[in-house]
Design a protein around this ligand. Sequence first.
Ligand SMILES: [Zn+2]
Length: 374
Amino acid sequence: MKISSNFDGGNIEVIEAENPQNIRLRIRKDNQSDFFQWFYFRMTGAKGQLCALSIEEVADAAYPEGWENYQAVASYDRENWFRVSTVYKNGTLTIQHVPETDCVYYAYFAPYSMERHHDLIARCARHEQVALHSIGETVDGQDMDLLTIGESDSNKKVIWIIARQHPGETMAEWFMEGFLERLLDDTDPVSRELLKKCVFYAVPNMNPDGSRRGHLRTNAVGRNLNREWHDPSLDHSPEVFYVRGKMDETGMDLVLDVHGDEALPYNFIACFEGIPDINESQLDLAYDFQKELARLNPDFQTEKGYPKSAPGTADLSMATNQLAFRYNAVAMTLEMPFKDTVETPYPESGWSPERAQKLGRSTLDALWAIIDRL
Ligand SMILES: [Zn+2]
């Protein structure tokens, strides 16, 4: 029997793996950072055996409340991910499972590998309305991929969508996959009409280094990219530096920043209530977008979410606040759960790639509903 994680997005350290009933593991911290919570590893040679895999010291993870009512995911083929029995007790997360084959993967959420990212980018680039630009390199030397969808034209609205600043929030890139596939479906009337009115700029993965390294929250040098938007640097946060530089060229009417939340079992949107000189009509439009999305997709709701910042107290290092402030844009942070949705649960999978993709698709309907008011 062996546990390993030396692959794209992998993360685990083995303390002891002799006895299947007492496998002791630990999550590696993000490089140059104290954040940890993402895990993804393979177990070989344990077919048909009852295994207890204990991940220790997880009370010190970035969001310990994320372990309450949480079930890990597993897969035999890295395509289909299902939930497995998981108990959080005394600071240890224990997965109990009898693998059906000698090759089983366990993860915090269905992984979205850099290989899959490259497949997505290549597929999108084949569409005639898409231009692909590598706008810079990460610290590890990976490309920052920007997709421009539709011809730019000064009469068109400018829509930005970015995802996965926090690399462990893989549901954000699954969401992007659904969003982009629908937007590039020539038979979809909403997408066709939106592309007459808008040009889209999409960054499906804001943090390739953290993604490949198996990080929860930071880039290769321990920076939380969603705290860099006021003053990004080429040395420490080139990902934000290049994307914000491009945004300065295009400006924007609306931006969606896609994330996952470890603790809250809801889909929700956070806005920019606390920025200086707030434009109330832009905020109303953001609220109307949310109401439309909740009407269109029951997995989304508007009751639960983060507390709103008091006037003038917004953290301008965060993308949504900085972009609303900088461009007078309708800026929104969309959060999805790692667990499941409380009102519309689906216990077989919990929140999943398929559901994230469908929410990404619904987002285009919500945009269509408000587009003429942008
Ligand atoms: Zn996040």
